[in-house]
Design a protein around this ligand. Structure first.
Ligand code: DGT
Ligand code: CA
Ligand code: CA
Ligand code: ZN
Length: 572
Protein backbone atom coordinates (compact mmCIF):
# COMPACT_ATOMS: atom_id res chain seq x y z
CA UNK A 1 0.00 0.00 0.00
CA UNK A 2 1.49 3.40 -0.91
CA UNK A 3 2.15 5.77 2.01
CA UNK A 4 -0.57 8.31 2.70
CA UNK A 5 -0.11 12.06 2.48
CA UNK A 6 -0.59 12.14 6.22
CA UNK A 7 2.36 9.77 6.72
CA UNK A 8 4.56 11.99 4.54
CA UNK A 9 3.42 15.12 6.35
CA UNK A 10 4.21 13.52 9.72
CA UNK A 11 7.79 12.86 8.61
CA UNK A 12 8.27 16.48 7.54
CA UNK A 13 6.78 17.73 10.79
CA UNK A 14 9.11 15.43 12.66
CA UNK A 15 12.03 16.83 10.69
CA UNK A 16 11.01 20.31 11.79
CA UNK A 17 11.00 19.18 15.43
CA UNK A 18 14.39 17.49 15.09
CA UNK A 19 15.87 20.60 13.49
CA UNK A 20 14.58 22.66 16.36
CA UNK A 21 16.14 20.22 18.83
CA UNK A 22 19.35 20.54 16.88
CA UNK A 23 19.27 24.32 17.16
CA UNK A 24 18.90 24.87 13.41
CA UNK A 25 17.85 28.24 12.02
CA UNK A 26 14.20 29.22 12.09
CA UNK A 27 13.94 29.45 8.32
CA UNK A 28 14.76 25.77 7.76
CA UNK A 29 12.41 24.71 10.54
CA UNK A 30 9.61 26.76 9.06
CA UNK A 31 10.16 25.26 5.61
CA UNK A 32 9.47 21.74 6.92
CA UNK A 33 6.49 22.86 8.98
CA UNK A 34 5.00 24.43 5.88
CA UNK A 35 5.72 21.34 3.80
CA UNK A 36 3.85 19.19 6.31
CA UNK A 37 0.84 21.47 6.22
CA UNK A 38 0.73 21.71 2.45
CA UNK A 39 0.93 17.95 1.99
CA UNK A 40 -1.71 17.30 4.63
CA UNK A 41 -4.03 19.53 2.62
CA UNK A 42 -3.57 17.88 -0.78
CA UNK A 43 -6.43 15.77 -2.08
CA UNK A 44 -4.38 13.71 -4.53
CA UNK A 45 -2.30 10.88 -3.05
CA UNK A 46 1.31 11.95 -3.55
CA UNK A 47 2.78 8.45 -3.34
CA UNK A 48 0.52 7.28 -6.14
CA UNK A 49 1.52 10.25 -8.24
CA UNK A 50 5.20 9.45 -7.65
CA UNK A 51 4.69 5.78 -8.48
CA UNK A 52 2.99 6.75 -11.71
CA UNK A 53 6.08 8.74 -12.63
CA UNK A 54 4.42 12.12 -12.26
CA UNK A 55 6.48 15.19 -11.50
CA UNK A 56 5.19 16.26 -8.09
CA UNK A 57 6.73 19.71 -8.29
CA UNK A 58 3.62 20.67 -10.24
CA UNK A 59 1.65 20.55 -6.97
CA UNK A 60 1.56 23.99 -5.40
CA UNK A 61 4.13 24.45 -2.64
CA UNK A 62 6.31 21.46 -3.55
CA UNK A 63 9.73 22.41 -4.83
CA UNK A 64 12.56 20.29 -6.20
CA UNK A 65 14.17 19.59 -2.85
CA UNK A 66 10.91 18.46 -1.26
CA UNK A 67 10.02 16.37 -4.29
CA UNK A 68 13.28 14.46 -3.94
CA UNK A 69 12.52 13.70 -0.30
CA UNK A 70 9.00 12.63 -1.16
CA UNK A 71 10.42 10.16 -3.67
CA UNK A 72 12.76 8.84 -0.98
CA UNK A 73 9.84 8.40 1.43
CA UNK A 74 7.76 6.58 -1.16
CA UNK A 75 10.65 4.23 -1.86
CA UNK A 76 11.94 3.64 1.66
CA UNK A 77 9.41 4.94 4.19
CA UNK A 78 11.73 7.71 5.37
CA UNK A 79 14.40 10.11 4.04
CA UNK A 80 18.09 10.11 4.66
CA UNK A 81 18.46 13.53 6.28
CA UNK A 82 15.78 12.68 8.81
CA UNK A 83 17.33 9.31 9.65
CA UNK A 84 20.78 10.88 10.01
CA UNK A 85 19.55 13.65 12.25
CA UNK A 86 17.60 11.22 14.39
CA UNK A 87 20.69 9.06 14.83
CA UNK A 88 22.85 12.05 15.70
CA UNK A 89 20.55 13.74 18.25
CA UNK A 90 20.99 12.69 21.88
CA UNK A 91 18.32 10.11 22.77
CA UNK A 92 17.29 11.98 25.88
CA UNK A 93 16.23 15.00 23.79
CA UNK A 94 13.88 12.80 21.78
CA UNK A 95 12.46 11.40 25.01
CA UNK A 96 12.06 14.83 26.56
CA UNK A 97 9.77 16.12 23.84
CA UNK A 98 7.29 13.33 24.59
CA UNK A 99 6.66 15.05 27.92
CA UNK A 100 3.68 17.39 27.94
CA UNK A 101 4.90 20.95 28.50
CA UNK A 102 8.28 20.40 26.90
CA UNK A 103 8.42 21.49 23.29
CA UNK A 104 11.66 21.20 21.32
CA UNK A 105 12.91 24.67 22.16
CA UNK A 106 12.45 24.28 25.90
CA UNK A 107 13.74 20.71 25.88
CA UNK A 108 16.95 21.91 24.31
CA UNK A 109 17.36 24.71 26.79
CA UNK A 110 16.85 22.42 29.80
CA UNK A 111 19.21 19.85 28.35
CA UNK A 112 21.95 22.37 27.60
CA UNK A 113 21.82 24.10 30.96
CA UNK A 114 21.22 21.31 33.42
CA UNK A 115 23.16 18.41 31.86
CA UNK A 116 20.19 16.04 31.73
CA UNK A 117 21.00 12.51 30.60
CA UNK A 118 17.83 10.65 31.50
CA UNK A 119 14.20 11.18 32.48
CA UNK A 120 15.07 10.50 36.15
CA UNK A 121 17.66 13.34 35.84
CA UNK A 122 14.90 15.57 34.54
CA UNK A 123 12.57 14.52 37.33
CA UNK A 124 15.24 15.29 39.92
CA UNK A 125 15.97 18.69 38.36
CA UNK A 126 12.27 19.56 38.56
CA UNK A 127 11.96 18.31 42.12
CA UNK A 128 14.99 20.31 43.20
CA UNK A 129 13.62 23.50 41.71
CA UNK A 130 16.38 23.82 39.13
CA UNK A 131 14.17 24.18 36.08
CA UNK A 132 12.35 27.25 37.37
CA UNK A 133 15.64 29.15 37.54
CA UNK A 134 16.29 28.90 33.79
CA UNK A 135 15.56 32.02 31.71
CA UNK A 136 12.06 31.81 30.25
CA UNK A 137 10.96 29.14 32.72
CA UNK A 138 9.33 29.54 36.12
CA UNK A 139 7.66 27.70 38.96
CA UNK A 140 4.48 27.14 36.96
CA UNK A 141 6.22 25.62 33.99
CA UNK A 142 8.35 23.48 36.28
CA UNK A 143 5.24 22.15 37.95
CA UNK A 144 3.72 21.47 34.56
CA UNK A 145 6.80 19.49 33.54
CA UNK A 146 6.61 17.49 36.76
CA UNK A 147 2.99 16.67 36.03
CA UNK A 148 4.00 15.77 32.48
CA UNK A 149 6.56 13.28 33.73
CA UNK A 150 4.03 11.70 36.09
CA UNK A 151 1.50 11.53 33.25
CA UNK A 152 4.00 9.88 30.95
CA UNK A 153 4.80 7.29 33.62
CA UNK A 154 1.11 6.49 34.00
CA UNK A 155 0.70 5.98 30.23
CA UNK A 156 3.89 4.08 29.74
CA UNK A 157 3.55 0.99 27.60
CA UNK A 158 -0.11 1.50 26.74
CA UNK A 159 -1.29 2.06 23.19
CA UNK A 160 -4.42 3.62 21.74
CA UNK A 161 -7.35 1.29 21.23
CA UNK A 162 -7.39 2.20 17.54
CA UNK A 163 -3.76 1.09 17.17
CA UNK A 164 -4.41 -2.09 19.11
CA UNK A 165 -7.24 -2.79 16.67
CA UNK A 166 -4.87 -2.81 13.70
CA UNK A 167 -2.59 -5.28 15.47
CA UNK A 168 -5.51 -7.40 16.71
CA UNK A 169 -7.13 -7.65 13.29
CA UNK A 170 -4.11 -8.96 11.46
CA UNK A 171 -3.19 -11.31 14.28
CA UNK A 172 -6.74 -12.71 14.43
CA UNK A 173 -6.79 -13.21 10.67
CA UNK A 174 -3.53 -15.14 10.97
CA UNK A 175 -4.80 -17.31 13.84
CA UNK A 176 -8.13 -18.02 12.14
CA UNK A 177 -6.25 -19.49 9.22
CA UNK A 178 -4.46 -22.10 11.32
CA UNK A 179 -6.01 -25.52 10.65
CA UNK A 180 -8.32 -26.70 13.41
CA UNK A 181 -9.00 -23.25 14.86
CA UNK A 182 -12.76 -22.74 15.23
CA UNK A 183 -12.95 -19.31 16.82
CA UNK A 184 -10.69 -16.46 17.80
CA UNK A 185 -11.64 -13.62 20.13
CA UNK A 186 -9.72 -10.80 21.75
CA UNK A 187 -10.66 -10.40 25.43
CA UNK A 188 -9.19 -8.08 28.09
CA UNK A 189 -9.35 -4.30 28.06
CA UNK A 190 -9.52 -4.42 24.26
CA UNK A 191 -12.90 -6.10 24.40
CA UNK A 192 -14.04 -3.67 27.07
CA UNK A 193 -13.07 -0.93 24.57
CA UNK A 194 -10.86 0.97 26.97
CA UNK A 195 -9.33 4.01 25.29
CA UNK A 196 -5.84 2.58 25.79
CA UNK A 197 -4.77 -1.04 25.96
CA UNK A 198 -1.86 -2.56 27.91
CA UNK A 199 -1.65 -5.92 26.22
CA UNK A 200 -3.87 -8.12 24.07
CA UNK A 201 -5.43 -11.25 25.53
CA UNK A 202 -6.43 -13.58 22.74
CA UNK A 203 -8.53 -16.71 23.07
CA UNK A 204 -8.66 -19.42 20.42
CA UNK A 205 -11.01 -22.37 20.41
CA UNK A 206 -9.25 -25.43 19.06
CA UNK A 207 -8.67 -29.04 20.03
CA UNK A 208 -4.99 -29.03 19.02
CA UNK A 209 -3.67 -26.51 21.50
CA UNK A 210 -0.02 -27.27 21.01
CA UNK A 211 -0.01 -26.79 17.24
CA UNK A 212 -1.84 -23.46 17.52
CA UNK A 213 0.59 -22.19 20.12
CA UNK A 214 3.51 -23.18 17.96
CA UNK A 215 2.05 -21.38 14.95
CA UNK A 216 1.30 -18.32 17.10
CA UNK A 217 4.90 -18.07 18.25
CA UNK A 218 6.12 -18.09 14.68
CA UNK A 219 3.80 -15.21 13.66
CA UNK A 220 5.97 -12.90 11.52
CA UNK A 221 5.48 -9.91 13.85
CA UNK A 222 6.94 -11.67 16.90
CA UNK A 223 10.21 -10.26 18.22
CA UNK A 224 10.48 -12.06 21.55
CA UNK A 225 8.87 -15.08 23.21
CA UNK A 226 8.16 -14.47 26.90
CA UNK A 227 6.49 -17.75 27.83
CA UNK A 228 5.44 -20.90 26.09
CA UNK A 229 3.36 -23.82 27.17
CA UNK A 230 0.93 -26.38 25.83
CA UNK A 231 -2.15 -24.18 26.07
CA UNK A 232 -0.79 -20.66 26.41
CA UNK A 233 2.01 -18.47 25.14
CA UNK A 234 3.08 -14.86 25.57
CA UNK A 235 5.06 -12.91 23.01
CA UNK A 236 6.24 -9.37 22.33
CA UNK A 237 5.72 -7.97 18.85
CA UNK A 238 8.09 -5.63 17.03
CA UNK A 239 6.93 -2.29 18.33
CA UNK A 240 6.64 -3.59 21.89
CA UNK A 241 3.07 -4.85 22.24
CA UNK A 242 2.61 -7.94 24.42
CA UNK A 243 0.19 -10.63 23.29
CA UNK A 244 -1.10 -13.45 25.50
CA UNK A 245 -2.72 -16.39 23.72
CA UNK A 246 -4.77 -19.06 25.41
CA UNK A 247 -6.16 -22.04 23.60
CA UNK A 248 -9.33 -23.37 25.13
CA UNK A 249 -11.90 -26.10 24.64
CA UNK A 250 -15.32 -25.34 23.23
CA UNK A 251 -17.08 -26.23 26.49
CA UNK A 252 -15.07 -23.57 28.35
CA UNK A 253 -15.30 -20.79 25.78
CA UNK A 254 -17.86 -18.61 27.59
CA UNK A 255 -16.22 -19.03 30.98
CA UNK A 256 -12.77 -18.22 29.60
CA UNK A 257 -14.10 -15.28 27.63
CA UNK A 258 -15.76 -13.90 30.72
CA UNK A 259 -12.70 -14.47 32.88
CA UNK A 260 -10.20 -12.91 30.49
CA UNK A 261 -12.43 -10.02 29.52
CA UNK A 262 -12.34 -8.77 33.09
CA UNK A 263 -12.19 -6.33 34.56
CA UNK A 264 -10.58 -8.10 37.42
CA UNK A 265 -12.79 -6.40 40.01
CA UNK A 266 -15.91 -7.30 38.03
CA UNK A 267 -14.73 -10.94 37.92
CA UNK A 268 -14.14 -11.04 41.64
CA UNK A 269 -17.65 -9.74 42.30
CA UNK A 270 -19.22 -12.34 40.01
CA UNK A 271 -17.26 -15.14 41.65
CA UNK A 272 -18.39 -13.96 45.07
CA UNK A 273 -22.00 -14.11 43.92
CA UNK A 274 -21.33 -17.66 42.73
CA UNK A 275 -19.91 -18.68 46.09
CA UNK A 276 -23.08 -17.51 47.80
CA UNK A 277 -24.98 -19.88 45.56
CA UNK A 278 -22.54 -22.67 46.38
CA UNK A 279 -21.20 -22.79 42.85
CA UNK A 280 -17.72 -22.13 41.59
CA UNK A 281 -16.79 -20.05 38.55
CA UNK A 282 -13.33 -20.09 36.99
CA UNK A 283 -11.90 -19.77 33.50
CA UNK A 284 -12.86 -23.38 32.69
CA UNK A 285 -16.52 -23.19 33.52
CA UNK A 286 -19.19 -23.13 36.20
CA UNK A 287 -19.05 -26.03 38.65
CA UNK A 288 -21.64 -27.41 41.08
CA UNK A 289 -20.27 -30.15 43.35
CA UNK A 290 -17.26 -30.56 41.03
CA UNK A 291 -19.67 -31.02 38.11
CA UNK A 292 -19.26 -28.82 35.02
CA UNK A 293 -22.73 -27.29 34.71
CA UNK A 294 -22.12 -24.37 32.35
CA UNK A 295 -19.46 -22.35 30.56
CA UNK A 296 -20.02 -22.66 26.83
CA UNK A 297 -21.29 -19.10 26.49
CA UNK A 298 -21.00 -15.96 28.60
CA UNK A 299 -24.79 -15.82 28.85
CA UNK A 300 -24.70 -19.19 30.64
CA UNK A 301 -22.16 -17.89 33.13
CA UNK A 302 -24.23 -14.81 33.95
CA UNK A 303 -27.39 -16.91 34.17
CA UNK A 304 -25.79 -19.13 36.81
CA UNK A 305 -25.51 -16.13 39.12
CA UNK A 306 -28.98 -14.89 38.22
CA UNK A 307 -27.94 -12.05 35.94
CA UNK A 308 -28.76 -11.04 32.37
CA UNK A 309 -25.88 -10.61 29.94
CA UNK A 310 -23.76 -7.57 30.79
CA UNK A 311 -21.95 -6.03 27.78
CA UNK A 312 -18.12 -5.98 28.14
CA UNK A 313 -17.97 -2.16 28.01
CA UNK A 314 -19.85 -2.01 31.32
CA UNK A 315 -17.76 -4.53 33.23
CA UNK A 316 -15.76 -2.04 35.28
CA UNK A 317 -17.44 -2.54 38.63
CA UNK A 318 -19.09 0.85 38.52
CA UNK A 319 -22.63 -0.29 39.22
CA UNK A 320 -23.25 -2.71 36.36
CA UNK A 321 -24.08 -5.64 38.64
CA UNK A 322 -26.67 -3.66 40.61
CA UNK A 323 -28.14 -2.35 37.36
CA UNK A 324 -28.32 -5.88 35.96
CA UNK A 325 -30.02 -7.15 39.12
CA UNK A 326 -32.57 -4.35 38.91
CA UNK A 327 -33.20 -4.96 35.19
CA UNK A 328 -31.87 -1.46 34.45
CA UNK A 329 -28.97 -2.14 32.11
CA UNK A 330 -28.80 0.47 29.35
CA UNK A 331 -29.55 -0.38 25.72
CA UNK A 332 -26.12 0.76 24.58
CA UNK A 333 -25.91 2.98 21.51
CA UNK A 334 -24.56 1.68 18.19
CA UNK A 335 -22.90 3.35 15.21
CA UNK A 336 -25.96 2.65 13.01
CA UNK A 337 -28.11 4.83 15.23
CA UNK A 338 -26.16 7.98 14.32
CA UNK A 339 -27.99 10.09 11.76
CA UNK A 340 -25.24 12.60 11.25
CA UNK A 341 -22.00 14.11 12.38
CA UNK A 342 -21.57 17.53 13.97
CA UNK A 343 -17.86 18.27 13.66
CA UNK A 344 -15.76 18.19 10.50
CA UNK A 345 -13.21 20.38 8.72
CA UNK A 346 -13.10 21.22 5.01
CA UNK A 347 -10.46 22.22 2.48
CA UNK A 348 -11.37 25.84 3.16
CA UNK A 349 -9.07 25.42 6.17
CA UNK A 350 -6.91 22.42 7.11
CA UNK A 351 -9.23 19.63 5.93
CA UNK A 352 -8.84 17.65 2.72
CA UNK A 353 -12.41 17.51 1.37
CA UNK A 354 -14.58 20.08 -0.38
CA UNK A 355 -18.21 20.63 0.63
CA UNK A 356 -19.65 18.36 -2.10
CA UNK A 357 -17.07 15.68 -1.28
CA UNK A 358 -18.01 15.78 2.40
CA UNK A 359 -21.70 15.59 1.54
CA UNK A 360 -21.10 12.54 -0.67
CA UNK A 361 -18.98 10.82 1.99
CA UNK A 362 -21.56 11.52 4.69
CA UNK A 363 -24.33 10.18 2.50
CA UNK A 364 -22.33 7.01 1.94
CA UNK A 365 -22.12 6.58 5.70
CA UNK A 366 -25.90 6.61 5.80
CA UNK A 367 -26.24 10.07 7.35
CA UNK A 368 -29.08 12.53 7.02
CA UNK A 369 -26.97 15.56 7.84
CA UNK A 370 -23.44 16.69 8.49
CA UNK A 371 -22.35 19.85 10.29
CA UNK A 372 -19.52 21.82 8.71
CA UNK A 373 -17.27 23.23 11.43
CA UNK A 374 -14.02 24.74 10.25
CA UNK A 375 -11.76 26.50 12.72
CA UNK A 376 -12.22 30.19 13.53
CA UNK A 377 -9.58 32.88 12.98
CA UNK A 378 -7.82 32.42 16.33
CA UNK A 379 -6.41 29.08 15.11
CA UNK A 380 -4.11 30.68 12.58
CA UNK A 381 -2.02 27.53 11.96
CA UNK A 382 -5.16 25.94 10.52
CA UNK A 383 -5.98 29.09 8.51
CA UNK A 384 -9.10 29.58 10.63
CA UNK A 385 -12.01 31.54 9.19
CA UNK A 386 -12.69 35.19 9.89
CA UNK A 387 -16.16 36.67 9.53
CA UNK A 388 -15.72 37.42 5.85
CA UNK A 389 -14.52 33.97 4.85
CA UNK A 390 -17.19 32.33 6.99
CA UNK A 391 -19.84 34.37 5.18
CA UNK A 392 -18.47 33.10 1.89
CA UNK A 393 -18.57 29.54 3.19
CA UNK A 394 -22.20 29.96 4.24
CA UNK A 395 -23.05 30.97 0.67
CA UNK A 396 -21.13 27.98 -0.63
CA UNK A 397 -23.08 25.70 1.74
CA UNK A 398 -26.39 27.13 0.47
CA UNK A 399 -25.27 26.50 -3.09
CA UNK A 400 -24.17 22.95 -2.34
CA UNK A 401 -27.34 22.18 -0.38
CA UNK A 402 -29.46 23.36 -3.30
CA UNK A 403 -27.97 20.54 -5.38
CA UNK A 404 -28.18 17.84 -2.71
CA UNK A 405 -31.14 15.51 -2.34
CA UNK A 406 -30.57 13.03 0.45
CA UNK A 407 -28.27 14.88 2.75
CA UNK A 408 -28.12 18.31 4.34
CA UNK A 409 -25.03 20.31 5.17
CA UNK A 410 -25.52 22.22 8.41
CA UNK A 411 -23.83 25.56 8.94
CA UNK A 412 -21.46 25.47 11.84
CA UNK A 413 -18.06 26.63 13.04
CA UNK A 414 -15.56 25.36 15.55
CA UNK A 415 -15.17 28.69 17.26
CA UNK A 416 -12.46 29.29 19.82
CA UNK A 417 -13.31 30.13 23.38
CA UNK A 418 -10.90 33.00 24.04
CA UNK A 419 -9.06 33.55 27.31
CA UNK A 420 -11.76 35.79 28.70
CA UNK A 421 -14.60 33.41 27.82
CA UNK A 422 -15.67 35.37 24.75
CA UNK A 423 -16.11 33.58 21.45
CA UNK A 424 -13.67 34.24 18.61
CA UNK A 425 -16.31 35.61 16.19
CA UNK A 426 -18.99 38.27 16.65
CA UNK A 427 -22.62 37.36 17.35
CA UNK A 428 -23.57 39.08 14.10
CA UNK A 429 -22.15 36.13 12.17
CA UNK A 430 -22.76 33.40 14.77
CA UNK A 431 -26.47 34.07 14.60
CA UNK A 432 -26.47 33.10 10.92
CA UNK A 433 -25.33 29.58 11.78
CA UNK A 434 -27.29 26.43 12.58
CA UNK A 435 -24.96 25.68 15.50
CA UNK A 436 -21.49 26.19 16.95
CA UNK A 437 -18.88 23.86 18.39
CA UNK A 438 -17.04 25.98 20.96
CA UNK A 439 -13.55 24.80 21.85
CA UNK A 440 -10.49 25.73 23.84
CA UNK A 441 -7.23 25.70 21.86
CA UNK A 442 -5.10 27.98 24.03
CA UNK A 443 -4.17 28.63 27.67
CA UNK A 444 -4.51 25.00 28.73
CA UNK A 445 -2.80 25.61 32.03
CA UNK A 446 -5.22 27.94 33.78
CA UNK A 447 -6.13 26.92 37.33
CA UNK A 448 -9.36 24.89 37.56
CA UNK A 449 -11.50 27.77 38.79
CA UNK A 450 -10.46 30.09 35.99
CA UNK A 451 -10.69 27.47 33.27
CA UNK A 452 -14.16 26.50 34.46
CA UNK A 453 -15.29 30.13 34.65
CA UNK A 454 -13.95 30.72 31.16
CA UNK A 455 -16.18 27.94 29.79
CA UNK A 456 -19.21 28.89 31.88
CA UNK A 457 -18.92 32.45 30.64
CA UNK A 458 -18.74 31.26 27.05
CA UNK A 459 -21.91 29.25 27.60
CA UNK A 460 -23.72 32.47 28.45
CA UNK A 461 -23.42 33.41 24.80
CA UNK A 462 -26.79 32.47 23.26
CA UNK A 463 -25.01 31.10 20.18
CA UNK A 464 -22.96 28.58 22.13
CA UNK A 465 -24.30 25.14 21.15
CA UNK A 466 -21.79 22.34 21.76
CA UNK A 467 -18.69 22.31 23.96
CA UNK A 468 -15.97 20.77 21.73
CA UNK A 469 -13.48 18.22 23.12
CA UNK A 470 -14.43 19.29 26.66
CA UNK A 471 -11.15 18.58 28.50
CA UNK A 472 -8.60 19.00 25.70
CA UNK A 473 -6.75 15.81 26.55
CA UNK A 474 -4.61 13.93 24.05
CA UNK A 475 -4.22 10.33 25.13
CA UNK A 476 -0.61 9.57 25.91
CA UNK A 477 0.62 13.08 25.19
CA UNK A 478 -1.41 15.80 26.88
CA UNK A 479 -3.38 15.53 30.09
CA UNK A 480 -6.85 17.06 30.40
CA UNK A 481 -6.94 20.68 31.43
CA UNK A 482 -8.30 21.33 34.87
CA UNK A 483 -12.05 21.91 34.75
CA UNK A 484 -14.92 21.27 37.11
CA UNK A 485 -16.96 19.08 34.81
CA UNK A 486 -20.00 18.83 37.04
CA UNK A 487 -20.43 22.61 37.07
CA UNK A 488 -20.09 22.68 33.31
CA UNK A 489 -22.65 19.92 32.84
CA UNK A 490 -25.12 21.61 35.19
CA UNK A 491 -24.69 24.85 33.29
CA UNK A 492 -25.22 23.06 29.98
CA UNK A 493 -28.44 21.58 31.35
CA UNK A 494 -29.56 25.04 32.42
CA UNK A 495 -28.68 26.75 29.10
CA UNK A 496 -29.85 24.00 26.78
CA UNK A 497 -26.45 23.34 25.26
CA UNK A 498 -24.54 20.13 24.70
CA UNK A 499 -21.23 18.38 25.25
CA UNK A 500 -19.18 16.80 22.52
CA UNK A 501 -17.69 13.35 22.77
CA UNK A 502 -14.86 13.95 20.33
CA UNK A 503 -14.34 10.59 18.63
CA UNK A 504 -10.80 11.15 17.42
CA UNK A 505 -9.01 8.04 18.76
CA UNK A 506 -6.34 10.18 20.39
CA UNK A 507 -8.92 12.32 22.16
CA UNK A 508 -12.01 10.30 23.11
CA UNK A 509 -12.89 13.38 25.05
CA UNK A 510 -15.45 13.01 27.15
CA UNK A 511 -14.34 10.29 29.50
CA UNK A 512 -16.70 7.44 30.34
CA UNK A 513 -17.51 8.86 33.77
CA UNK A 514 -18.25 12.30 32.34
CA UNK A 515 -20.60 10.70 29.79
CA UNK A 516 -22.47 9.14 32.69
CA UNK A 517 -22.59 12.44 34.52
CA UNK A 518 -24.01 14.15 31.42
CA UNK A 519 -26.62 11.42 31.04
CA UNK A 520 -27.59 11.72 34.69
CA UNK A 521 -28.14 15.46 34.28
CA UNK A 522 -30.03 15.04 31.00
CA UNK A 523 -27.41 16.78 28.88
CA UNK A 524 -27.24 15.25 25.42
CA UNK A 525 -23.83 14.27 24.07
CA UNK A 526 -22.80 14.80 20.44
CA UNK A 527 -20.61 11.92 19.23
CA UNK A 528 -18.58 13.73 16.58
CA UNK A 529 -15.72 12.73 14.30
CA UNK A 530 -13.63 15.94 14.13
CA UNK A 531 -12.74 14.61 10.66
CA UNK A 532 -10.21 16.30 8.41
CA UNK A 533 -10.61 13.78 5.59
CA UNK A 534 -12.67 10.83 4.37
CA UNK A 535 -11.25 8.21 6.74
CA UNK A 536 -11.56 10.62 9.64
CA UNK A 537 -15.36 10.53 9.31
CA UNK A 538 -15.26 6.91 10.38
CA UNK A 539 -13.72 7.86 13.72
CA UNK A 540 -17.25 8.01 15.09
CA UNK A 541 -17.04 4.30 15.77
CA UNK A 542 -14.29 4.95 18.34
CA UNK A 543 -16.58 7.57 19.82
CA UNK A 544 -19.39 5.03 19.99
CA UNK A 545 -17.08 2.63 21.86
CA UNK A 546 -16.45 5.36 24.38
CA UNK A 547 -20.14 6.33 24.55
CA UNK A 548 -20.97 2.70 25.37
CA UNK A 549 -18.38 2.70 28.15
CA UNK A 550 -20.21 5.79 29.38
CA UNK A 551 -23.55 3.88 29.45
CA UNK A 552 -25.04 6.10 26.73
CA UNK A 553 -28.11 4.99 24.83
CA UNK A 554 -29.36 6.36 21.52
CA UNK A 555 -31.68 8.71 23.41
CA UNK A 556 -28.69 10.25 25.23
CA UNK A 557 -26.92 11.18 21.99
CA UNK A 558 -27.72 14.40 20.15
CA UNK A 559 -26.88 13.20 16.65
CA UNK A 560 -29.21 10.21 16.74
CA UNK A 561 -32.03 12.72 16.28
CA UNK A 562 -33.67 13.16 12.88
CA UNK A 563 -32.83 16.48 11.22
CA UNK A 564 -36.10 18.15 12.12
CA UNK A 565 -35.80 17.37 15.81
CA UNK A 566 -32.12 18.23 15.76
CA UNK A 567 -32.76 21.68 14.32
CA UNK A 568 -35.16 22.41 17.13
CA UNK A 569 -32.65 21.24 19.75
CA UNK A 570 -29.83 23.30 18.25
CA UNK A 571 -31.83 26.52 18.68
CA UNK A 572 -31.34 27.39 22.32
P1 DGT B 1 -4.64 -4.00 30.23
O1 DGT B 1 -4.05 -5.17 29.53
O2 DGT B 1 -3.74 -3.42 31.24
O3 DGT B 1 -5.15 -2.95 29.30
O4 DGT B 1 -5.93 -4.51 31.06
P2 DGT B 1 -6.65 -5.92 31.05
O5 DGT B 1 -7.94 -5.74 31.76
O6 DGT B 1 -6.68 -6.50 29.70
O7 DGT B 1 -5.74 -6.78 32.05
P3 DGT B 1 -4.84 -8.07 31.83
O8 DGT B 1 -4.31 -8.18 30.46
O9 DGT B 1 -3.84 -8.05 32.93
O10 DGT B 1 -5.81 -9.28 32.12
C1 DGT B 1 -6.89 -9.59 31.29
C2 DGT B 1 -8.07 -10.02 32.10
O11 DGT B 1 -7.79 -11.27 32.75
C3 DGT B 1 -8.39 -9.08 33.23
O12 DGT B 1 -9.20 -8.02 32.81
C4 DGT B 1 -9.09 -9.99 34.19
C5 DGT B 1 -8.41 -11.29 34.01
N1 DGT B 1 -7.38 -11.49 35.03
C6 DGT B 1 -6.05 -11.41 34.86
N2 DGT B 1 -5.41 -11.67 36.00
C7 DGT B 1 -6.35 -11.90 36.92
C8 DGT B 1 -6.32 -12.23 38.31
O13 DGT B 1 -5.28 -12.36 38.93
N3 DGT B 1 -7.52 -12.39 38.91
C9 DGT B 1 -8.70 -12.25 38.24
N4 DGT B 1 -9.84 -12.40 38.89
N5 DGT B 1 -8.76 -11.94 36.96
C10 DGT B 1 -7.61 -11.78 36.29
CA1 CA C 1 -4.84 -6.98 28.43
CA1 CA D 1 -2.68 -9.89 29.62
ZN1 ZN E 1 -10.62 21.52 18.08
Amino acid sequence: MPVSNHDIAVLFERMAVFLELDGANAFRIRAYQNAGRIIEGLTRNLAEAVLQGEDVTRFAGIGKDLAGKIREIVASGTFQQLAELEARLPKILLEMISIPGLGPKRARRVWENLSIHSIPDLKAAAENGKIRTLPGFGAKLEEQIQKGIAFRESQYNRILWSEAEIIARSLCAYLENIPGVQKVEVAGSYRRKKETVGDLDILAVCSQAEAVNRAFRSYPGVSEILAQGGTKSSVILHGGMQIDLRVIAKESYGAALHYFTGSQSHNIAIRKMAQQRRIKINEYGVFKNQLHVAGKTEEEVFRQVGLPYIPPELREMTGEIEAAQAGRLPQLASREQLRGDLHCHTDETDGALSLPEIAAAAHELGYEYIGITDHSQHVSVAMGLDEKRLRQQLLAIDKTNAKLKNITLLKGIEVDILDNGRLDLPDSILKELDFTVCSIHSKFNLPEDQQTERILRAMDNPYFTILGHPTGRLLGSRPAYAVHMERIILKAAECGCFLELNAHPERLDLSDMHCRLAKEKNVLVAVSSDAHNRVGLENVRFGINQARRGWLEAKDILNTRPLKVLRRLLRR
